[in-house]
Every structure is written in structure tokens, then in C-alpha cells.
Design a protein around this ligand. Structure first.
Ligand code: ZN
Length: 261
């Protein structure tokens, strides 16, 4: 096999993994549940739902207990981030279409990541940036709060895309009848990605933004299945609409402030 064929075969197996990363197999051995004593075959006890693998407390249990505190009860939180980087649109489609077990719960993941970043910043503090001064006091407070809670601000800025996404992508070939609640979860995943990029590239906001936009495009392409161009102009419309909405809200706030003064 020459190099070209080898690359092609690797690419094909990567594409297969992107489409279907996990296969499930039923454990056919007989187990006696350590919790309720029920005898069963399968991965979980059908009476009390304890895992067949749970037994006496050991070193692994201790580690799992500590990891659980941070939400990493299995490899799935780390594996979810890994999947999100390599197959974002497919992961989102799996999750919103009902395959909940392939992913760590995304909202929980976003908040756990914020806790980890806060802990890292406690030990390795970053030079504080000067807060934005808008001239409107409550707006300054709101912006300062959002600056200290970047996971929430990331999520809020992503949520602006929910409605335009529904508008332009709901008749997509690979994911028809896209709904608003599904749109929310799509944006949670995109917020996680942006949050990762902004956290690991603290001084390089432009690069983090560029990466977020590239992932926005890839995710929409994989999830909805429009062609390169079809995804591009719809994404562009989405971004334009969201941007116009943010400008509209800003103008409303400034105008109401002027009138109330
Ligand atoms: Zn049981």
C-alpha cells in the first residue's frame, strides 16, 4: 500500500468514526447486584439501576469519588470535549436527536469548565483588564459581572444565534424540523468550544474568535448537511441577523437611558 492509499484508508476510518464513534454491547454475564441482591444479566441492575461493575470500595472508587466532585464521573467529560473538537456537528446531532449517552451533559460541562478555569486562574492569576466604561452605571455593572462569568457571557452571546439558526436551517437536508430547544443545546456546545479557545489563548482573542467562527461553520455543515456554499451563506445571514439584533438592543438601551435621564 503506498502513502496515498494509506492516507485514504486512514481518512475513511476517521470519517466512519466521525459518523459513529461508539458502539454498545450488552454484557451477557450473570451478575448479583451488590446493592439489592437481584440476579441479572446485562450492564445495569434492572431493579435498582446500579452498574454491574460496582462492587466493594477500592482505589478506583476513591479516584472516581474525587473525580465525581468535578463532574468527571467517567471518561465521558474529557471524551465529550475530544469529540467536540473532532466531530462537533455529528456530536450535536447525536445528542439532540436522542443519543444522550454519547455526550456528557453539555450545560453541566460548561459550568464545570468554568470552575476549573477559575481554579487555574486562582493559582496562575492573569493581569486584570480594565473594565469597559459605557457611561451607563447599571450597564457597567452588568458588563463587569459578565466579564467575571465568561461561561455565562459566552452562552448568552451564542444564544443570540438560536432564532436565526431556526429561521435559516430548519429545513436542512440532514436535520429537518430543527427546533428552538435543539437550537439552545447547539449553542451550548458552541459556547463550550468558544470558552475553551478563549481560555487556552488568553492573549490571542483574535485567534480565539477565528477558531470559534471556523468551528461554527464546521458544526453547522456537519449537523445540517448543506453544501459548502449553502452552509456559508446561511451562516453569514445568521451572524448578520444576530449582530443586527445586538446593535438594536444596544440602541434601545442607550435611547431609553437618554429619555429617562
Ligand atoms: Zn440492584
Amino acid at each position: 500500500m503506498n502513502i496515498k492509499q494509506r492516507i485514504a484508508s486512514r481518512w475513511h476510518s476517521f470519517r466512519a468514526w466521525q459518523e459513529q464513534p461508539i458502539t454498545y454491547r450488552r454484557d451477557e454475564h450473570k451478575h448479583v447486584c451488590h446493592n439489592c441482591g437481584h440476579t441479572f444479566r446485562g450492564n445495569y441492575c434492572p431493579v435498582c439501576s446500579q452498574s454491574a461493575r460496582q462492587g466493594r470500595v477500592g482505589w478506583l472508587t476513591t479516584w472516581q469519588g474525587i473525580a465525581q466532585l468535578w463532574g468527571f464521573e467517567s471518561r465521558s467529560a474529557v471524551y465529550t470535549i475530544w469529540q467536540l473538537l473532532l466531530r462537533p456537528g455529528y456530536l450535536v446531532r447525536d445528542y439532540i436527536s436522542g443519543k444522550r449517552q454519547v455526550s456528557y451533559p453539555p450545560v453541566k460541562l460548561l459550568f464545570i469548565m468554568a470552575a476549573i478555569v477559575a481554579l487555574a486562574e486562582y493559582f496562575f492569576p492573569r493581569p486584570a483588564e480594565a473594565p469597559v466604561q459605557t457611561g451607563i452605571e447599571y450597564l457597567n455593572h452588568a458588563l463587569e459581572w459578565l466579564d467575571n462569568h465568561k461561561n455565562v457571557s459566552e452562552l448568552l452571546s451564542c444564544c443570540v444565534f438560536i432564532l436565526p439558526t431556526w429561521l435559516f436551517f430548519r429545513k436542512a437536508p440532514l436535520y429537518t424540523h430543527h427546533t428552538i430547544p435543539e437550537g439552545f443545546y447547539l449553542q451550548v456546545y458552541l459556547a463550550i468550544l468558544s470558552y475553551i479557545f478563549y481560555s487556552i489563548l488568553p492573549g490571542l482573542k483574535g485567534l480565539a474568535l477565528a477558531l470559534s467562527l471556523v468551528y461554527f461553520y464546521i458544526t453547522y455543515k456537519q449537523l445540517f448537511g448543506y453544501g459548502y456554499w449553502g452552509t456559508f451563506w446561511r451562516s453569514l445571514l445568521c451572524i448578520t441577523f444576530s449582530f443586527a439584533f445586538v446593535i438594536f438592543i444596544t440602541v434601545v438601551i442607550i435611547v431609553s437611558e437618554v429619555i429617562l435621564r
